[in-house]
Design a binder for this molecule. Structure first.
Ligand code: NAD
Length: 349
């Protein structure tokens, strides 16, 4: 296998992986190890080409530095991507090749599941490296992080409601959820149980029908869910959903969801703020999943208590960010990035 180091100024270490025997082409990016070993998931997607995959891994690994710092974890930011359709090209040999590449980094990068990966895939990777989390089995195995991610997003929605309306009661509130996957479904269940009315959209019609049956959800067009008449818009599907086209159409007072990299460009956060829409920064709102994974990486003996404490602290961080943004009359994303920079500077001092 060829592991080639690329010299990229913005990141500590970046590697191109190529293993013709298993068909692996991919990248591992370590953005920062300032707070601890870099941690972030492994994503497999049919990227158009290597440049698209490289752009994604650089952006996502930077996002993990922000997310891990915001969650108060002693972890840095990293990510890995594989080029290819997981349904067609994912094989044990390919996963093992990734495992060997991760092991070669001697613990400076920890991988876990992300899009296109499962806990079973992590078990295959674990045959080649110790530096993998998101395992279902074993003493510290943390399994699927999605329920904890959904809990964190639910908390973020309530905190944003409190900041915007002075009360966090969900009874009678309307939440538009984009994406009914692992996180979206868990989030809908929590919102429904708390008395919220749901509007949903998903490209998979089976998931939409299920949401109607389970929670009496109203259905929106996939391309229009962001414009639904709702109190909260919760993006739980794809990145870049808040962009030049959609931001002017958002009708909700609050945007808070699980999707990574919701903002297509930094200017979209400013545009939301100018429109008076409260945006709960994604890398704070969706930190529950990495908290769950971190308990495994850090081998926490009492995982449940540790995760619950970290989730509560994450929620307090969100509350402080939203309050500070309101006091300074700036968008919360800008404040969240400053909070992370302050934490990293304090750690370096
Ligand atoms: P998932 O793949 O299980 O679900 C995504 C859902 O979105 C699927 O049902 C899919 O059909 C739907 N979808 C795709 N494109 C769509 C579109 N254009 N419009 C509407 N629906 C669409 O993924 P997930 O694990 O639920 O994660 C959702 C998002 O949250 C992703 O952006 C992910 O990166 C992010 N995230 C997830 C976790 C986690 O713990 N799973 C943690 C942090 C962040």
């Amino acid at each position: 296998m060829q592991i080639t180091r690329l010299d990229i100024d913005s990141h500590e270490e970046v590697y191109r992986l190529r293993d013709p025997n298993s068909g692996l082409t991919g990248f591992i990016a370590i953005h920062s190890t300032q707070l601890g070993p870099a941690a972030g998931g492994l994503r497999m997607r049919p990227y158009e080409d290597e440049s698209e995959a490289l752009r994604d891994v650089l952006r996502l690994s930077h996002g993990m530095t922000l997310k891990n710092a915001a969650a108060g974890l002693p972890l840095g930011g990293g990510k890995a991507v594989i080029i290819g359709d997981p349904a067609a090209r994912k094989t044990p040999a390919l996963l093992q090749a990734v495992g060997r590449a991760v092991e070669s980094l001697e613990g400076r990068y920890w991988t876990a599941e992300d899009m296109g990966m499962t806990t079973a895939d992590m078990a295959v990777i674990a045959t080649e490296t110790r530096h993998v989390a998101g395992l279902a089995e074993g003493l510290h195995g943390s399994g699927d992080p999605s329920p904890v991610t959904a809990r964190g997003v639910f908390n973020a929605i309530r905190t944003a409601l409190r900041q915007r309306f002075g009360a966090d009661d969900l009874a009678g509130r309307v939440v538009a959820v984009q994406g009914l996957g692992n996180v979206g479904r868990n989030l809908c269940a929590l919102l429904h149980a708390a008395g919220a009315r749901l509007i949903v959209a998903d490209v998979d019609p089976v998931r939409v029908v299920q949401a109607v049956e389970d929670w009496g959800a109203e259905v929106a067009e996939v391309a229009r869910i962001h414009a639904s008449s709702a109190d909260v818009f919760a993006p739980c599907a794809i990145g870049g959903i808040l962009n030049e086209r959609t931001v002017p159409e958002v009708a909700a007072a609050i945007v808070a969801g699980a999707a990574n990299n919701q903002l297509a460009a930094p200017g979209d956060a400013v545009a939301l703020h100018r429109r008076g829409i409260l945006y709960a920064p994604d890398f704070v709102a969706n930190g529950g999943g990495i908290i769950n994974v971190a308990a495994e990486i850090l081998r926490c003996p009492d995982r449940e208590t540790w995760v619950a404490e970290k989730l509560a602290r994450l929620d307090a961080t969100m509350g402080a960010i939203l309050a500070r943004a309101a006091a300074e009359n700036v968008g919360p994303n800008e404040v969240a990035e400053r909070v992370v920079a302050e934490r990293m500077a304090a750690q370096a001092a």
